[in-house]
Design a protein around this ligand. Structure first.
Ligand code: ATP
Ligand code: MN
Length: 440
């Protein structure tokens, strides 16, 4: 088939901009064929672009024979349409386009690998194998609009509070937290790693810009095959100089409150498309706070577990807990013994100035007050079995007036999973990386 050239055609509007005020006016739209119906003397094309869809109506005798005959299209053909806007109550959105010319810019095979009509949902792995096509679905359109709004709103909120956006290296020479969960890479003649978090750099920069944040990816080499773990994650990292956990808890709950407010204000139709308009509601603040000890006692008592002080809370225990605590809540003052070296011990050093933000069973954030005294930090490092030599350059920065500071890391993909009511975190990322998936 001879394809048309773009030539001098340019879009005059996106589908979202075509409104009843434009009735009688000519527009040029471009996008993909989401649906095509041929009823003999009448054809409908549903044209979708990055914002939504509009109906193109071709009635024999009303449109020219040339256009009518040309309108033989397949699902996801890339087309452009020049035509007149007409109000029509029965068309989706109350508007249709009566075309005077159509360009077919690219075609597709007769059978697409996944359903693109929205009528049935293909298997997630099959969709991920064909991700660029799959991302065009209206569901994904809604989901990634919400992700975009979430990120815009986070930035707006933090800039309004004197935060500076930072960017820190993703290739590092030694382990951030002494973890075993790092991806090694070959860096010229040396071994290096992909970073598992911005932790150390954001701490250093809290001693420069005071309040800093970064939104970026980091890498977890855990072979976790769950619906909430990925190997490449997108996190919001926040660090605040001249602050303690108390300040961090306040900032974070206000941010969560504000971001959801913005999503409801600016992406309500996307929320509605995902049927989340009654579920993703603005949470009341302050969030309930529970100490780790209270939480394990509650789990032990209500659900017949036997968690001892100093143990992590298992997925099974969280699942039960999430049935009781369905909304956002904090778990604070974790045992120091299970926290990384940079976390500040509480007055009673059995506990730590640390917290998780939970939504139901899911952990969304970990954070706390950090140690800013070098001597104390070196001691903590060595006590946790790490070699302080490997952290020499990081530790050096603590020689030059590091302020008391605290912060958190929030999993963006996990939060989107919650906000959009997704079953699997892989849906929340454009190109997810898991132990079993490295393509596309
Ligand atoms: P979990 O115990 O749930 O595996 P974590 O305590 O190891 O998480 P942190 O190091 O505290 O994770 O990372 C900060 C945040 O990043 C987490 O609260 C979570 O929202 C997100 N996160 C961490 N690991 C992953 C992962 N593998 N996949 C997706 N999100 C993650
Ligand atoms: Mn954590």
């Amino acid at each position: 088939m001879q394809l048309d050239e773009l030539g001098d055609w340019r879009k005059t509007h996106y589908t979202k901009d075509v409104n009843p005020d434009l009735a009688g006016k000519q527009v040029i739209l471009g996008g993909w064929v989401r649906n095509y119906r041929n009823l003999g003397g009448l054809k409908f094309i549903s044209l979708q672009d990055k914002y939504g869809e509009r109906q193109i109506t071709l009635k024999k005798g009303i449109v020219s024979d040339k256009v009518f005959n040309k309108a033989k299209v397949g699902y996801q053909y890339c087309i452009m349409v020049k035509g007149i806007v007409q109000t029509f109550n029965e068309a989706p959105g109350g508007i249709e386009i009566i075309p005077s010319e159509i360009k077919i810019l690219n075609i597709t095979p007769d059978k697409l690998p996944i359903d693109m009509t929205g009528e049935t949902l293909s298997d997630l792995d099959l969709r991920l194998n064909n991700r660029a096509l799959d991302l065009r679905s209206l569901k994904n359109q809604a989901l990634f609009e919400i992700r975009g709004e979430m990120l815009r709103s986070i930035r707006k909120f933090l800039f309004n509070r004197d935060f500076t956006e930072i960017t820190t290296p993703k290739i590092i020479g030694s382990a951030t937290e002494g973890g075993t969960e790092l991806f090694p890479i070959i860096y010229f003649e040396k071994e290096a790693f992909l970073t598992q978090s911005a932790q150390l750099y954001k701490e250093q920069l809290s001693g420069v810009y005071e309040r800093v944040f970064e939104i970026s990816d980091c890498f977890r080499a855990e072979k976790s095959r769950t619906k909430r773990h990925l190997c490449e994650i997108f996190t919001l990292d926040v660090e605040m100089g001249f602050s303690t956990m108390e300040d961090v808890l306040k900032l974070l709950e206000e941010m969560v409150h504000n971001v959801i407010k913005d999503i409801r204000k600016n992406q309500m139709s996307a929320l509605k498309y995902l049927k989340m308009e009654d579920k993703t509601i603005v949470p009341e603040i302050p969030f309930p706070r529970y100490k780790y000890e209270e939480i394990i006692n509650l789990i032990n008592k209500n659900f017949n577990f036997d968690i001892e002080f100093g143990e992590d809370i298992s997925t099974e225990a969280y699942r039960k807990l999430g049935e009781q605590l369905k909304e956002y809540y904090y778990i604070t003052h974790w045992p120091m013994s299970i926290k990384p070296f940079y976390i500040m011990p509480s007055k009673n050093p059995k506990y730590s100035e640390s917290f998780d933000l939970q939504k139901g069973m899911l952990e969304l954030t970990s954070g706390g007050t950090r140690v800013h005294n070098k001597e104390q930090l070196v001691k903590a490092l060595e006590e946790s079995g790490l070699n302080s030599l490997a952290f020499k350059s990081h530790l050096n920065t603590f020689d030059y007036g590091m302020p008391p500071h605290g912060g958190f890391g929030l999993g963006i993909d996990r939060w989107l999973t919650i906000l959009c009511g997704l079953d699997d975190i892989r849906e929340a990322v454009m190109y997810p990386r898991t132990p079993d998936r490295l393509t596309p």
